[in-house]
Design a protein around this ligand. Structure first.
Ligand code: PHE
Length: 339
């Protein structure tokens, strides 16, 4: 029996543990209600008298060793937890802070704004829910004008005078009503058209329209401004203007930029022509100026409008316009370092 107890003392002395659970199991084994020490103390009465003294000493030694061991293990464990503190393990490698990114439409919009602000254009905004006057009538599109069908309109059912703007030209009307020439403003914003949703078109998209009104503004000024824009935006200075029709401008033109045919993508993007259509433009129709309270005998102006989505698709080689509004993080996070 003495030998057995001495073995336990040696075992206790070398015991180590790293968790609370292990320490507790150890404590119960030796010091618990039904622990070994209880058993050994109970044996005491059976020990012959001449051995009682030595037996008592050895059992006591086992008791103090076991108690000291439990205390020291607990202390060691607590102090190692304390050193981690509220920050946990300080030696762990840092976690990377994920930064968000601007939406590709925003990136293109900001670049366009920046380019025009360098030549004195300010930014104007207006409501997405418009009335007939600002979206159509003031822009030389009176009721029953066939050109209203050029843009399929979402009407707010209960009131035919209230609609979702089909272009940001409505903002230009508002701007002219409230500001005197000289006017140099660009109007970015979301517009709505009742079109079938596909990879190429959506029922809402984004535009930037520009307006310049002053004395003696000519078509040459328009052309020069557009050329400045395409050079800054795309690094391409060769443009061409094809005659076109818009009710609010006269004459009107469609603007193509020469993209080139150097790569296969150029070829695909331009359908083998090298030319890319990027916007509509023209000299503001005198009727529009008059509708907005500007004397068309004194002032003239030009206007232009382009789709931001289309440009963002082109610049980033995105195959489907619907990706812009799906909010798929895998798509969006690709634009972290763009533009
Ligand atoms: N408002 C026209 C559109 O939405 C674009 C445009 C603006 C054309 C200004 C000419 C002048 O298609």
């Amino acid at each position: 029996m003495l030998e057995e107890i001495k073995k336990h003392i040696a075992e206790v002395a070398t015991f180590t543990a790293t968790s609370k659970e292990e320490i507790e199991t150890f404590r119960i084994k030796y010091l618990g209600q039904k622990g070994l020490l209880k058993t050994f103390f109970a044996e005491f009465k059976n020990v012959p008298n001449e051995q009682k003294k030595e037996f008592g000493q050895v059992v006591n030694e086992l008791k103090t060793t076991a108690e000291a061991k439990v205390n020291s293990l607990k202390e060691a464990l607590e102090s190692s937890e304390e050193s981690k503190g509220i920050y946990g393990d300080l030696s762990r490698p840092g976690e990377v802070l994920e930064l968000g990114s601007s939406h590709p439409i925003t990136l293109v919009k900001n670049k366009i704004i920046e380019i025009f602000s360098r030549i004195g254009f300010n930014v104007s905004e207006g409501p997405e829910i418009e009335d007939d006057w600002h979206n159509f009538t003031a822009l030389n599109l009176p009721e029953y004008h066939p050109a209203r069908d050029m843009q399929d309109t979402f009407f707010i059912q209960t009131n035919p005078d209230v609609l979702l703007r089909t272009h940001t030209s409505s903002v230009q009307v508002r701007y002219m009503e409230n500001n005197k020439p000289p006017i140099r403003t660009i109007s970015p914003g979301r517009v709505y058209r009742n079109e079938a949703i596909s990879a190429r078109s959506h029922c809402f998209f984004h535009q930037v329209e520009g307006l310049y009104v002053d004395k003696g503004v000519s078509f040459a000024d328009l052309k020069q401004t557009l050329q400045y824009f395409t050079t800054e935006m795309f690094g391409k200075s060769k443009i061409r203007l094809r005659p076109s029709y818009f009710p609010f401008t006269e004459p009107s033109a469609e603007v193509d930029v020469y993209w080139g045919l150097e790569t296969e993508t150029d070829y695909k993007m331009t359908k083998g022509t090298g030319w890319l259509e990027i916007m509509g433009c023209g000299m503001v129709d005198p009727n529009v100026l008059e509708n907005c309270g500007i004397d068309s005998e004194v002032y003239s102006g030009f206007a232009f409008g382009m789709g931001i989505d289309r440009i963002a698709l082109l610049l980033n080689q995105i195959p489907d316009i619907r990706m812009f509004s799906e909010n798929d993080i895998r798509f969006l996070e690709q634009f972290k370092s763009s533009l």
